[in-house]
Design a protein around this ligand. Structure first.
Ligand code: TA6
Length: 279
Protein backbone atom coordinates (compact mmCIF):
# COMPACT_ATOMS: atom_id res chain seq x y z
CA UNK A 1 0.00 0.00 0.00
CA UNK A 2 1.36 3.44 -0.89
CA UNK A 3 2.52 5.84 1.82
CA UNK A 4 -0.02 8.53 2.53
CA UNK A 5 -0.78 11.33 4.95
CA UNK A 6 -3.62 11.38 7.45
CA UNK A 7 -6.48 10.73 7.34
CA UNK A 8 -5.55 7.39 5.88
CA UNK A 9 -3.11 4.60 6.39
CA UNK A 10 0.55 5.27 7.16
CA UNK A 11 2.85 2.43 6.23
CA UNK A 12 6.18 1.63 7.82
CA UNK A 13 8.33 -1.35 6.90
CA UNK A 14 5.23 -3.26 5.87
CA UNK A 15 3.17 -2.28 8.94
CA UNK A 16 -0.03 -0.23 8.74
CA UNK A 17 -1.11 2.48 11.18
CA UNK A 18 -4.21 4.64 10.80
CA UNK A 19 -6.38 7.10 12.70
CA UNK A 20 -9.34 9.01 11.29
CA UNK A 21 -10.03 12.66 12.06
CA UNK A 22 -13.74 11.83 12.34
CA UNK A 23 -14.15 10.62 15.91
CA UNK A 24 -10.33 10.57 16.44
CA UNK A 25 -10.92 6.94 15.59
CA UNK A 26 -7.88 4.63 15.49
CA UNK A 27 -8.51 2.30 12.57
CA UNK A 28 -5.38 0.19 12.14
CA UNK A 29 -2.38 -1.11 14.03
CA UNK A 30 -0.85 -3.92 12.01
CA UNK A 31 2.79 -4.68 12.71
CA UNK A 32 4.68 -6.17 9.77
CA UNK A 33 3.83 -9.77 9.00
CA UNK A 34 0.76 -9.87 11.26
CA UNK A 35 -2.93 -10.20 10.61
CA UNK A 36 -4.52 -6.83 11.51
CA UNK A 37 -4.70 -6.50 15.29
CA UNK A 38 -7.71 -4.19 15.13
CA UNK A 39 -10.87 -5.53 13.49
CA UNK A 40 -12.78 -3.33 11.07
CA UNK A 41 -16.02 -4.75 9.73
CA UNK A 42 -16.10 -5.38 5.98
CA UNK A 43 -19.59 -3.83 6.25
CA UNK A 44 -18.46 -0.72 8.18
CA UNK A 45 -19.98 2.53 6.94
CA UNK A 46 -17.68 5.53 6.50
CA UNK A 47 -20.02 8.51 6.36
CA UNK A 48 -20.34 11.74 8.36
CA UNK A 49 -22.33 11.19 11.54
CA UNK A 50 -22.15 7.38 11.33
CA UNK A 51 -20.17 5.41 13.93
CA UNK A 52 -17.53 3.19 12.30
CA UNK A 53 -17.88 -0.49 13.29
CA UNK A 54 -14.39 -1.53 14.29
CA UNK A 55 -11.06 0.01 15.25
CA UNK A 56 -11.18 2.01 18.48
CA UNK A 57 -14.32 4.13 18.86
CA UNK A 58 -13.92 6.84 21.53
CA UNK A 59 -16.84 6.54 23.94
CA UNK A 60 -17.46 9.91 25.66
CA UNK A 61 -19.12 11.55 27.60
CA UNK A 62 -21.56 8.73 28.26
CA UNK A 63 -21.46 4.94 27.81
CA UNK A 64 -24.33 3.17 26.00
CA UNK A 65 -27.47 5.17 26.74
CA UNK A 66 -25.81 6.88 29.73
CA UNK A 67 -26.38 6.58 33.48
CA UNK A 68 -30.13 7.22 33.28
CA UNK A 69 -30.62 5.26 30.07
CA UNK A 70 -31.96 8.17 28.00
CA UNK A 71 -28.91 9.59 26.21
CA UNK A 72 -28.51 9.53 22.43
CA UNK A 73 -26.50 8.77 20.36
CA UNK A 74 -25.34 5.48 21.83
CA UNK A 75 -21.92 5.83 23.52
CA UNK A 76 -21.84 9.64 23.33
CA UNK A 77 -21.22 12.26 20.68
CA UNK A 78 -17.41 12.03 20.57
CA UNK A 79 -17.14 9.03 18.26
CA UNK A 80 -18.85 10.83 15.38
CA UNK A 81 -17.67 14.37 16.17
CA UNK A 82 -15.23 16.29 13.98
CA UNK A 83 -12.07 16.30 16.11
CA UNK A 84 -9.24 18.71 15.20
CA UNK A 85 -5.94 17.07 14.31
CA UNK A 86 -3.52 19.20 16.35
CA UNK A 87 -0.17 17.45 15.89
CA UNK A 88 1.52 14.65 13.97
CA UNK A 89 5.00 13.54 15.05
CA UNK A 90 6.20 11.17 12.38
CA UNK A 91 9.49 9.55 13.43
CA UNK A 92 8.83 6.32 11.56
CA UNK A 93 11.99 6.64 9.50
CA UNK A 94 14.19 7.05 12.59
CA UNK A 95 12.75 5.62 15.82
CA UNK A 96 9.78 3.86 14.20
CA UNK A 97 7.30 5.94 16.23
CA UNK A 98 4.25 7.85 15.05
CA UNK A 99 2.13 10.03 17.34
CA UNK A 100 -1.07 11.75 16.30
CA UNK A 101 -3.02 14.15 18.54
CA UNK A 102 -6.65 15.19 18.17
CA UNK A 103 -8.66 17.68 20.23
CA UNK A 104 -12.35 18.23 20.85
CA UNK A 105 -14.24 20.79 22.89
CA UNK A 106 -17.78 22.07 22.95
CA UNK A 107 -17.14 24.32 19.93
CA UNK A 108 -16.67 21.22 17.74
CA UNK A 109 -20.03 19.67 18.54
CA UNK A 110 -23.13 19.37 16.45
CA UNK A 111 -26.66 19.56 17.89
CA UNK A 112 -26.35 16.22 19.72
CA UNK A 113 -23.70 17.63 22.04
CA UNK A 114 -24.76 21.21 22.47
CA UNK A 115 -26.19 20.76 25.95
CA UNK A 116 -22.83 19.44 27.19
CA UNK A 117 -21.03 20.96 30.15
CA UNK A 118 -17.78 22.63 29.08
CA UNK A 119 -14.91 20.19 28.56
CA UNK A 120 -11.61 19.83 26.70
CA UNK A 121 -10.70 16.41 25.37
CA UNK A 122 -7.54 15.18 23.71
CA UNK A 123 -6.92 11.81 22.06
CA UNK A 124 -3.27 10.81 21.75
CA UNK A 125 -2.55 7.84 19.46
CA UNK A 126 0.98 6.44 19.59
CA UNK A 127 2.02 3.75 17.13
CA UNK A 128 5.24 1.74 17.22
CA UNK A 129 6.07 -1.68 15.83
CA UNK A 130 5.77 -3.16 19.33
CA UNK A 131 2.83 -1.32 20.85
CA UNK A 132 -0.23 0.79 20.23
CA UNK A 133 -1.03 3.25 23.04
CA UNK A 134 -4.14 5.41 23.05
CA UNK A 135 -4.87 8.04 25.71
CA UNK A 136 -8.05 10.02 26.24
CA UNK A 137 -7.26 13.14 28.26
CA UNK A 138 -10.24 15.09 29.61
CA UNK A 139 -9.99 18.48 31.35
CA UNK A 140 -12.66 20.52 33.07
CA UNK A 141 -12.31 24.19 32.09
CA UNK A 142 -15.69 25.12 33.59
CA UNK A 143 -16.72 26.62 36.92
CA UNK A 144 -18.64 23.53 38.13
CA UNK A 145 -17.99 19.80 38.49
CA UNK A 146 -17.94 17.76 35.24
CA UNK A 147 -19.03 14.13 35.47
CA UNK A 148 -18.64 11.80 32.49
CA UNK A 149 -18.34 8.18 31.39
CA UNK A 150 -15.70 7.05 28.90
CA UNK A 151 -14.29 4.01 27.17
CA UNK A 152 -11.85 3.04 24.45
CA UNK A 153 -14.11 0.51 22.71
CA UNK A 154 -11.35 -1.57 21.11
CA UNK A 155 -12.31 -4.18 18.50
CA UNK A 156 -9.60 -6.88 18.41
CA UNK A 157 -9.38 -9.13 15.37
CA UNK A 158 -9.48 -12.85 16.22
CA UNK A 159 -9.54 -16.10 14.23
CA UNK A 160 -12.96 -17.07 15.63
CA UNK A 161 -14.53 -15.73 18.82
CA UNK A 162 -15.54 -19.27 19.79
CA UNK A 163 -11.89 -20.38 19.80
CA UNK A 164 -10.35 -17.62 21.92
CA UNK A 165 -10.20 -17.00 25.65
CA UNK A 166 -9.49 -13.92 27.77
CA UNK A 167 -7.18 -14.26 30.77
CA UNK A 168 -6.74 -11.79 33.61
CA UNK A 169 -10.30 -11.33 34.83
CA UNK A 170 -10.70 -14.35 37.12
CA UNK A 171 -11.98 -13.30 40.54
CA UNK A 172 -13.34 -9.96 39.29
CA UNK A 173 -16.96 -8.98 39.85
CA UNK A 174 -18.93 -8.00 36.77
CA UNK A 175 -22.31 -6.84 35.58
CA UNK A 176 -23.61 -9.38 33.08
CA UNK A 177 -25.75 -7.21 30.79
CA UNK A 178 -27.17 -10.28 29.02
CA UNK A 179 -28.40 -11.91 32.25
CA UNK A 180 -29.07 -8.55 33.93
CA UNK A 181 -27.24 -9.73 37.05
CA UNK A 182 -23.94 -9.40 38.88
CA UNK A 183 -21.49 -12.30 38.95
CA UNK A 184 -17.86 -13.20 39.70
CA UNK A 185 -15.55 -14.42 36.94
CA UNK A 186 -14.19 -17.92 37.47
CA UNK A 187 -11.23 -18.69 35.17
CA UNK A 188 -10.76 -17.38 31.63
CA UNK A 189 -13.64 -15.79 29.71
CA UNK A 190 -14.86 -17.96 26.81
CA UNK A 191 -17.49 -17.01 24.27
CA UNK A 192 -20.40 -19.40 23.85
CA UNK A 193 -23.06 -16.83 22.92
CA UNK A 194 -23.81 -13.14 23.35
CA UNK A 195 -21.31 -11.74 25.88
CA UNK A 196 -21.69 -8.21 27.25
CA UNK A 197 -19.99 -7.65 30.60
CA UNK A 198 -18.70 -4.72 32.61
CA UNK A 199 -15.93 -5.89 34.97
CA UNK A 200 -14.46 -4.05 37.92
CA UNK A 201 -10.87 -4.44 36.90
CA UNK A 202 -7.83 -2.17 36.69
CA UNK A 203 -5.09 -4.37 35.21
CA UNK A 204 -4.07 -6.19 32.02
CA UNK A 205 -5.95 -8.88 30.11
CA UNK A 206 -4.58 -11.24 27.48
CA UNK A 207 -6.62 -12.54 24.54
CA UNK A 208 -5.32 -16.00 23.69
CA UNK A 209 -5.90 -16.94 20.04
CA UNK A 210 -4.26 -20.34 19.45
CA UNK A 211 -5.59 -20.68 15.88
CA UNK A 212 -3.67 -17.58 14.82
CA UNK A 213 -0.80 -18.44 17.18
CA UNK A 214 -0.91 -15.12 18.97
CA UNK A 215 -1.74 -13.51 22.30
CA UNK A 216 -2.89 -9.90 22.45
CA UNK A 217 -2.02 -8.16 25.73
CA UNK A 218 -4.30 -5.23 26.53
CA UNK A 219 -3.05 -3.00 29.35
CA UNK A 220 -4.42 0.20 30.79
CA UNK A 221 -4.10 3.02 33.30
CA UNK A 222 -6.74 5.31 34.80
CA UNK A 223 -9.52 2.79 34.27
CA UNK A 224 -11.80 1.08 36.81
CA UNK A 225 -13.70 -1.06 34.29
CA UNK A 226 -12.95 -3.56 31.56
CA UNK A 227 -15.83 -4.24 29.18
CA UNK A 228 -15.90 -7.50 27.21
CA UNK A 229 -18.32 -7.72 24.29
CA UNK A 230 -19.25 -9.91 21.37
CA UNK A 231 -22.87 -9.89 20.16
CA UNK A 232 -23.04 -13.61 19.30
CA UNK A 233 -24.74 -15.06 16.24
CA UNK A 234 -28.28 -13.73 16.60
CA UNK A 235 -27.56 -10.12 17.56
CA UNK A 236 -24.40 -9.93 15.45
CA UNK A 237 -26.14 -11.09 12.29
CA UNK A 238 -28.90 -8.54 12.93
CA UNK A 239 -26.44 -5.64 13.05
CA UNK A 240 -26.34 -4.23 9.50
CA UNK A 241 -22.65 -3.29 9.75
CA UNK A 242 -21.59 -6.62 11.29
CA UNK A 243 -23.76 -9.36 9.69
CA UNK A 244 -22.02 -12.70 9.19
CA UNK A 245 -18.70 -11.22 10.31
CA UNK A 246 -19.59 -11.34 14.04
CA UNK A 247 -17.15 -14.19 14.93
CA UNK A 248 -14.15 -12.11 13.78
CA UNK A 249 -13.78 -9.83 16.79
CA UNK A 250 -13.74 -9.43 20.54
CA UNK A 251 -14.13 -6.01 22.13
CA UNK A 252 -11.88 -5.37 25.12
CA UNK A 253 -12.67 -1.90 26.40
CA UNK A 254 -10.87 0.20 28.99
CA UNK A 255 -13.27 2.59 30.64
CA UNK A 256 -14.91 4.29 33.57
CA UNK A 257 -18.65 3.76 33.44
CA UNK A 258 -21.74 3.67 35.67
CA UNK A 259 -20.81 4.09 39.34
CA UNK A 260 -17.17 4.43 38.24
CA UNK A 261 -17.83 7.54 36.12
CA UNK A 262 -15.20 10.26 36.49
CA UNK A 263 -16.00 13.50 38.25
CA UNK A 264 -13.60 16.39 37.66
CA UNK A 265 -13.49 19.48 39.85
CA UNK A 266 -12.87 22.78 38.02
CA UNK A 267 -9.38 22.75 36.49
CA UNK A 268 -8.84 18.99 37.00
CA UNK A 269 -7.96 16.44 34.32
CA UNK A 270 -8.11 12.66 34.01
CA UNK A 271 -6.16 10.42 31.64
CA UNK A 272 -7.42 7.03 30.44
CA UNK A 273 -4.79 4.99 28.59
CA UNK A 274 -5.07 1.67 26.82
CA UNK A 275 -2.11 -0.24 25.37
CA UNK A 276 -2.17 -3.14 22.92
CA UNK A 277 0.80 -5.47 22.34
CA UNK A 278 1.35 -8.86 20.79
CA UNK A 279 2.97 -11.32 23.15
O1 TA6 B 1 -19.55 -2.01 25.04
C1 TA6 B 1 -20.50 -2.99 24.81
C2 TA6 B 1 -21.72 -2.31 24.23
O2 TA6 B 1 -22.16 -1.29 25.06
C3 TA6 B 1 -22.79 -3.37 23.98
O3 TA6 B 1 -23.85 -3.31 24.86
C4 TA6 B 1 -23.12 -3.24 22.52
O4 TA6 B 1 -24.37 -2.98 22.16
C5 TA6 B 1 -22.01 -2.42 21.98
O5 TA6 B 1 -21.39 -1.72 22.98
C6 TA6 B 1 -22.06 -1.72 20.66
O6 TA6 B 1 -22.72 -0.51 20.73
P1 TA6 B 1 -22.97 0.33 19.43
O7 TA6 B 1 -23.61 1.61 19.88
O8 TA6 B 1 -21.64 0.57 18.79
O9 TA6 B 1 -23.87 -0.49 18.55
Amino acid sequence: MADSIFPGIETHKGGHYAVLDAGAHVLAWTPRGQNPVLWVSPLAVFAPGTAVRGGIPVVFPWFGAGPSGDRRPSHGFARTAAWRRTAVTNDLATSGRLEVRHALDASGLDATGLDSEPFEAELVSEFTAGQLAVSLVVRNPGPGAFRYEEALHTYLAVSDVGAVSVDGLSGCTYLDKVAGAAAVQDGPVRFTGETDRIYRHTAEVVVDDPDWGRRIAVGKQGSANTVVWNPGREKGTALADVGPNWPGFVCIEAGNVGDDAIELAPGEEHILTQTVRLS
